[in-house]
Design a protein around this ligand. Sequence first.
Ligand code: FES
Length: 543
Amino acid sequence: MLVTFLPMNKKIQINAGSNLFHAAMENGIDFGGVCSGNRTCGKCKAMITKGNNRKYSKEERKLLTEEERNSGIRLTCCFTITEDTCVIISGKKEKQSQVSRKEDKIEDSFGNLLTNSLAKEHYGIALDIGTTSVAVRLWNLDRKEFIDEISTKNPQSLYGADVITRITYANSSGDNVRRLAYLIRECCNTLLLRLSAEHNINTNQIEAAVITANTTMSHLFLGKSVEKLAKVPFQGISYEGVKLKASDVGFQMHPNGQVYVMPGIAGHVGSDTLGCILAKDLNHAKGNHLLVDIGTNGEIVLAKEGELMVCSTAAGPAFEGASLHQGMRAIEGAISKVNIRNNLIEVELIGPEKGSALTYSMNRNGKAVGEIGDIYPIGICGSGVIEAISELLNNHIMDETGRLLGQEGDNNYVTLWKHHDKEVILTQKDIRELQLAKGAIYTGIMLLLKEAELSNSQLNYIYLAGAFGSNIDLKKAVHIGLLPPIEPDRINYIGNGALDGASKVLLGQISKAETESISKKIKHLELALCKEFQEEFLKAVNF
Ligand code: FES
């Protein structure tokens, strides 16, 4: 069937019976849904002006207003293609497609803009390609000034939520590696175009890009085989930094622009971990410091008087919200804080403006307290889950083995917020997922400390990095046993350390030669080969 996407006028042949959301994602079109097509977030809206002949699903009746349904708006993850279809993408996507057209024109008419000295300011981007999300930071290179940061879901998620399933898919055919490379390059380029459009920057003024990623994502970005990353001893093809021309990877930057993929460290410890090390200058740090970067993979760095040791552990996507019943990234509508007191459950959700938040309460009988505005909770992000579990434990709603009390079986759940037919719940299965993830990370920390002959009390600082909201309550992270028990003022949340490190390289604060040299000095501990792993994991898994 021929499906036309407007306003970019992209025409794609899609098989009848395909799901619109997934088929579009496979072709680099993201509708902005945050629940990965699970029909819970209500964000993947588009207007269907041709081929819209199917009844609205019960999820669409719940998540779309009557007015939206009457004007042909659908949730794309609920929509099946049965005939030639025309889809109008609204909001930010419209902006993106306008950008594409504008940039085509600019390339035709100006060619080598910089060599004509027409570009007054020079820009660069730092990118962090995670298994679940991709984040891009735009910098003015002349003034070394931060301009903006945006992120989106990694479109490869369609082919597996975690690194292992992504590798399995890639290994099943050579074409799959090419497809995954295409998807991630398209995604990075779309973010680049969006930033340049939102800040009125000619794409020819973007001269440099520095990419940081875990080893699997780096390999897939470069179109390299990931076969050896799937089996012991989990080796990548190479960990060297790679310099490319922008046109080699389809980035619409200055024609002579350079893309630098930072060097990795080991099979499952990539340049994102190196980025965190550079961000905190751990290779020069006095004393003992621990850095924990939590993504789909948990990477842990121990710096003992500047000597660096790393390991990685499969945390799964729970902390990034991807595998939970109503999990989502830390974006608008996500519950990021939970407090239970005086018979009230209070949730704080991320608001529409940067740094804004809204608070709602519900009594323990499930009745919302106070006014409900237009923006209400639609899911829960990693920091929200940590908070919820800590509060459930504190209030004896869950025991330290992770079992919800007073309820039997695995289909139990706790309602965190409810108003009429809208609700956000945390299920027993969600708790089990997070329990395994935090157990794996804590085990990695303990084994690194053992290897370095250090104890918790000898740690000067712990740095926590990852895709949490910036307000993560570190006391609660210690309370649930994610981090070792040291004084809260010696634990710092550093946000996206990988992107901080890539930005330092982009701005020339650390040379590429130094970056390569640091990566080669780091000692890697392979947890899969540690005899004590199982024993430590069993100790670490309880709350
Ligand atoms: S992606 Fe369709 S409802 Fe969330």
